[in-house]
Design a protein around this ligand. Structure first.
Ligand code: NAI
Length: 841
């Protein structure tokens, strides 16, 4: 545990006084259980001299002396301390006579421990305290270890704990009689009780990350240490009722509590009044607190606020003179970014502009995305990101874009992931660049799609941008133009395949599970050959999600469901043609079959509602070259006779449409214009309200444009596209075109899994997500409305999706962090990150 401690003590005197030398015991102890990483001690008006001295108890103190008269003395101590003892019970009693009390130390130990046995004052332990301790010891048959906890427990549970800011501790007998006291009173009582049982014990002052319930905030704390043969000095905290582990920081530990006082010293001045006040701030964190200053702060996009730092923060972080004078709000900064954005015309220039902002100030970047989602999202994500990936080697990429792993790294993946992530990581977004968008193999440039999707995660769901990692598995590329390009920055070799590829991916998944336990693994654009296989191979190992298969299928299925709802039809009535049986096409087919089965169809009946077409035409059983993932959607061989094959022997789309008379047509083929006028008119002639989803990206590869579809169907079509399209004027009214954007689904789903600590991503969670999305689609209520929500609503939709997924995870018993739906929703609230500048401590 790491402690950041700020402790200030202020003494004010009625008039100027002469201060005798003062001893300050505010330096944390340095030993095997705590490491002092930094410590400063400052006086408001410097003393005439200071000396660090070694105390009788072995700790450091600072003695200060003064020559002039002073009316106040302010002492400020700051420290960063790492506490190392995680288990307070990692010891055994080594002396045979030490198992039970009274303790009989071997003579040589007893001699060394004499001051702690007799008490620093030499006063014998009060009889009432000794009798009380003896009775408690008897209750646990005098077993040494039990007595120590029993004493602490009894004081914690049966005494009234009070805050008392200054003054010496009360005598033990008085605390016992009143059954109440501050922590230093109960510490003295505990020490005396131990001594009466023959245990060497001492008084400890310091800080604790906990504070007793009766004390509202942190303050200087006190507890006891007991010397145990085999255990050495061990801390017991009676006001908290616990054995001390790494939740406490020791300042001083002494036989006589007076030698542990944080400040001792006198002033000369008869009849002068004095006042004392203090502040203590303690922050305990599992990882080392950030102590960067100056340009190092401005260089970290998670810390940097540019002109958003207040003057106080600028002073504390060493930023004075490194920033223009004005202190600005996030809103003002966003306004400035917007002006710069509008001045740029091209989307690539805008991408570069926003990338620079992202690397410099993540909070401002996300505030800008939030406030200008419709303009900024197409720039940082699709479609612009496609062009950025294609030009990856031809524009300078600063090296902080993500993690690049090659097969040569295989033996050291855990170390490399640790090195790449400065803090905890909850979500890893990985690609091997094999099937990027509709652009095929893009090699190492695929890292940009990971970055784009991470931006969308945060924008839509509130995923913490500092806890996500973009990774590219650079296994080479099969694209000749990249291999020949002297500026291609990736591994210049054909793609790794076969067992070597699997071994590399296996090693990567194992490293993620080891280094980031519980992290959500988002697989992106692994291409048709690997995507489904890898998902199946690893989905039990850690929460795994493939957006091309599960995300796309969820969004497309949500559009189909919403269209059915809007048209007042059942899903089971639909005849669905999928053109392009690749990763996305097969994923959509799988999902629709699940939904059809859930609606009451037998598996074979459900599959019979679908016709899948690929390069060689309609998939029919027994045909060669049907990819494994598409096999289940092949029509029975007996149906071949129902269709007329084309010149190449395949059954084409037009023929399928004429014979099948589909109600739903989905395009995932990357074949521009495949939904020709002839095809669409054939469909529209048999179906009053055709549902058509030309999903291929980018815009140039869409199977049809919405304008053509509206024209060819006399406006009867319900359309949602893969790429964004401008509204189409239709009968004098602009028809808004819904974009089947995966960003309506995956951010809420991934975020929910992270927030509730989902152990797996199940099909039930994806079903829940897509149904939540379907419910938010305007066409579900009115088929004249868009078949996807507007991008401006993406955050609200993501929240609905996240809630549905989180609750399903709880219902399936897969949520590590939530036991009930209410807790799941609270987890979402807690995990949600918003771009803002809260005051820094
Ligand atoms: P993929 O390469 O795995 O699949 C494309 C499939 O189309 C392949 O099976 C290919 O053989 C087939 N195909 C190619 N030419 C054909 C032809 N002339 N006739 C019939 N089939 C043909 O690619 P993936 O990942 O499935 O993506 C496909 C398209 O869908 C891409 O443009 C992608 O951007 C888009 N997509 C859209 C999404 C959305 O709108 N939410 C989400 C995911 C993908």
């Amino acid at each position: 545990m790491f402690f950041e401690i700020h402790h200030e003590l202020h003494y004010r005197y009625g008039r100027p006084v002469f201060l005798e030398p003062h001893t300050l015991r505010l330096t944390p102890r340095q030993d095997g259980t705590q490491r002092v990483l930094s410590h400063t001690l400052q006086l408001s008006d410097p003393a005439d001299g200071c000396s660090v001295v070694l105390e009788p108890g072995g700790g450091d103190a600072t003695v200060c002396w003064f020559s002039d008269l002073r009316q106040r003395l302010s002492i400020r101590s700051t420290a960063v301390v790492e506490t190392l003892r995680q288990n307070p019970f990692d010891w055994i009693l080594t002396e045979p006579g030490s198992q039970t009390l009274p303790m009989a130390y071997p003579p040589v130990q007893a001699q060394a421990l004499a001051p702690f046995l007799a008490g620093g004052t030499g006063d014998p332990v009060d009889d009432t305290v000794a009798r009380w301790a003896a009775a408690l010891a008897a209750e646990v048959e005098h077993r040494t270890t039990d007595v120590l906890m029993h004493l602490a427990d009894r004081i914690h549970h049966t005494f009234h704990h009070v805050g008392r800011f200054d003054g010496e501790p009360m005598p033990a007998a008085e605390t016992l009689a009143q059954r109440q006291g501050a922590c230093r009173d109960t510490a003295v009582l505990y020490v005396d009780a131990c001594r009466s049982l023959g245990l060497a014990a001492r008084f400890v002052s310091g800080y604790s990350m906990h504070h007793p319930p009766e004390v509202s905030e942190h303050e200087l704390h006190a507890w006891a240490e007991v010397w145990l043969p085999g255990g050495g000095w061990r801390g017991y905290d009676p006001s908290l009722g616990l054995a001390v582990a790494d939740g406490h920081v020791v300042l001083a530990a002494t036989a006589d509590h007076r030698l542990a006082a944080p400040v001792s010293g006198h002033y000369r001045g008869t009849g002068v009044s004095s006042e004392f006040s203090y502040t203590t701030r303690i922050r305990a964190t599992p990882s080392e607190p950030d102590r960067r200053r100056g340009t190092a702060v401005l260089a970290d996009p998670l810390l940097n606020r540019d002109t958003g730092f207040s003057h106080r923060e600028r002073r504390a972080l060493g930023l004075e003179a490194l920033l223009p004078a004005a202190v600005e709000t996030l809103d003002v900064q966003v306004q400035r970014v917007w002006e710069g954005f509008c001045r740029l015309q091209g989307s690539l220039e805008r991408f570069t502009y926003l990338s620079r902002l992202r690397r410099s100030n993540l909070t401002l970047f996300h505030a800008f995305l939030r406030d200008h989602v419709e303009e900024a999202l197409p720039v940082v994500y699709t479609p612009t990101v496609g062009a950025v990936i294609e030009g990856f080697g031809h524009a300078h990429q600063p090296p902080d874009l993500g993690v690049y792993l090659t097969p040569e790294h295989q033996g050291q993946l855990p170390e490399l992931l640790r090195q790449a992530a400065p803090g905890p990581v909850e979500l890893v977004l990985v690609t091997d660049g094999a099937g990027i968008l509709g652009l095929g193999d893009q090699g190492v440039g695929g890292i940009q799609i990971c970055q784009g999707k991470l931006a969308v995660y945060t924008l839509c769901s509130g995923l913490h941008p500092g806890r996500a990692l973009a990774v590219t598995l650079d296994v080479g590329t099969d694209r000749a133009s990249l291999l020949e390009d002297p500026l291609y920055p990736g591994l210049r070799r054909p793609r790794l395949g076969g067992e070597a590829y699997d071994a590399f991916v296996d090693a990567f998944v194992a490293a993620v599970a080891e280094v980031f336990p519980g992290a959500f693994l988002h697989w992106e654009d692994f291409g048709n050959r690997q995507a489904r296989r890898l998902l199946e191979r690893h989905r039990q190992q850690l929460p795994s999600f493939n957006d091309d298969i599960q995300g796309t299928s969820g969004v497309a299925a949500a559009a189909v469901l919403a269209a059915c709802q809007g048209l007042g039809q059942e899903l089971t009535q639909q005849r669905i043609v999928i053109f392009g049986a690749g990763t996305a096409g097969c994923g959509i087919a799988d999902r629709l079959v699940r939904l059809l089965e859930a609606a009451g169809l037998e598996p074979a009946e459900a599959r019979a509602r679908l016709w899948a077409i690929d390069r060689a035409g309609l998939l029919i059983e027994g045909e060669p070259d049907i990819p494994p993932a598409a096999q289940t959607f092949a029509r029975p061989a007996a149906e071949r006779g129902l269709f007329q094959a084309g010149g190449d022997g395949g059954i084409g789309l037009l023929e399928v449409v004429r014979r099948v008379r589909p109600t739903v047509l989905i395009g995932t083929s990357t074949v521009r214009g495949a939904f020709s006028r002839e095809v669409v008119e054939a469909m529209a002639s048999a179906t009053p309200r055709p549902v058509i989803l030309p999903l291929s990206n980018p815009t140039s590869l869409a199977e049809a444009t919405p304008a053509d579809l509206l024209q060819w169907t006399d406006g009867r079509v319900l359309v949602a596209t893969g790429s964004p399209f401008a509204p189409v004027p239709w009968e004098g009214v602009p028809r808004v075109i819904g974009q089947c954007n995966n960003c309506f689904l995956y951010p809420g789903l991934g975020f929910a899994c992270v927030a509730v600590g989902a152990r797996q991503v199940t099909d039930e969670m994806i079903d829940a997500a897509l149904k939540a999305l379907a419910a938010a689609i305007p066409a579900a209520r009115d088929p004249g409305q868009p078949l996807m929500p507007p991008l401006s609503e993406v955050r609200a939709v993501s929240r609905a999706v996240a809630e549905a997924v989180a609750v399903t995870a709880v219902e399936q018993g897969l949520a590590r962090l939530a036991a009930s739906p209410a807790e799941a929703l609270a987890c979402l609230d807690r995990a949600s990150w918003e771009p803002s500048y809260p005051p820094l401590d």
